[in-house]
Design a protein around this ligand. Sequence first.
Ligand code: SDX
Length: 428
Amino acid sequence: MADKQAELTVGGENYSFPTLEGSCGPDVIDIRKLYGNTGKFTFDPGYKSTASCESALTFIDGQEGVLLHRGYPIGQLAEHSSFMEVSHLMLTGELPTKDELDEFTHTITYHTMLHDQMRQFYQGFRRDAHPMAIMCGVVGALSAFYHDSTDISDPEHRKISSHRLIAKMPTIAAWAYKYSVGQPFMQPLNSLSYTGNFLRMTFGVPAEEYEVIPEVERAMDRIFILHADHEQNASTSTVRLAGSSGANPFACISAGIACLWGPAHGGANEAALNMLREIGTPDRIPHYIERAKDKNDPFRLMGFGHRVYKNYDPRAVVMQKTVREVFDALKVKDPVFETALRLEEIALSDPYFQEKKLFPNVDFYSGIILSAIGFPTTMFTALFALARTVGWVAQWNEMISDPGQVIGRPRQLYTGPTQRDYVPVSER
Ligand code: SDX
């Protein structure tokens, strides 16, 4: 809904562009006609001032530290909901009734198995391959197995592909872990919850029954909720851009996994725990804080800072609380938690971090919990990808079902050589 015009003067000419108003958050200036009217592009590397799309899925207020999924605050969802319920919410727009939740959970449960030939993809990797390398490869390979649902213009095809992706990610991730430790793959067990099934496929062995610890199952499920979706972050934007060309959803999610792997994005949970372990004891924190502030030192506090949050990441608040719950349930005492708490305290009282509004983000505490549960650091980003798949497919569906959807194709500011003629090598 346009409520006022934005005026722009270019080369002495005045131009007017409509502004569009969302249900909450900043208005946008609709510049779709800018190039046609002015012959000029906007310039916004990193898209710090650019809204790439319209979406009704997730809202973030970075100044206030607010995160809503279809209007529901992340703190309430983490406290009262489940990952299956949040997945239904992200895909359909509404929290399910009991019957709807049972039906959705049944559908997901009955798609958790992988085609038996998919085992062979794992055999092609070195045992020490990073799980994210395996996830990229195996998820992309899913597109070779589902020729019955590749018409993305068909809502039913989109629905079954979305369910397959959400359902199979736990199996794919668990098998990546099993492959790395040389244990046999565990098949899904339909009598378990989505998250309990994942824990059993990861830590269970054929030689004995595996008992899901309720507190761990609850903590893991909550971690999945906290990672489900996050507006137009780098990996979601990657999925949207890949999907805008009409690529199949499995290939798009594989592209999202590749992007998430970076240490500036989803790879930060692995990097944050490695950093905390390198710091070791609280007395070494000041040295690392100084390094993080030193412009000539590439070191950054991993798990700190965020492009959007200039306040505490609401997910980190829940994550910190969950550390204590898991430690109590597993009777774990890892000094790295004390180091993390102390590091946060020192950083947040330092003018550098205060002026730049750098706070702990979702990745700062998650690794401590995952490590206490038994995951190696190399699995942390794979777990992030597992959970974020529901957000990726929801965003992909929202884009593909938009009748006005077009292929994404940004332009550039060209600063290379102007036209010149070829010179034969004998004359160079
Ligand atoms: C995720 O987008 C999302 O929503 C992502 C995510 C999701 O759910 O999808 O929330 C998940 O990716 C969380 C972020 C995980 N990454 C990290 O924890 C890595 C460490 N953080 C930084 O690399 C950084 O804060 C980013 C990448 C997260 C954000 O970078 P920006 O927005 O591009 O900000 P910037 O790099 O321009 O930093 C602004 C200033 C700079 O100093 P100046 O050049 O102004 O002097 O703050 C400094 C930076 O040097 N800075 C840090 C810092 N983060 C930023 N200094 C020290 N330690 C840090 N962690």
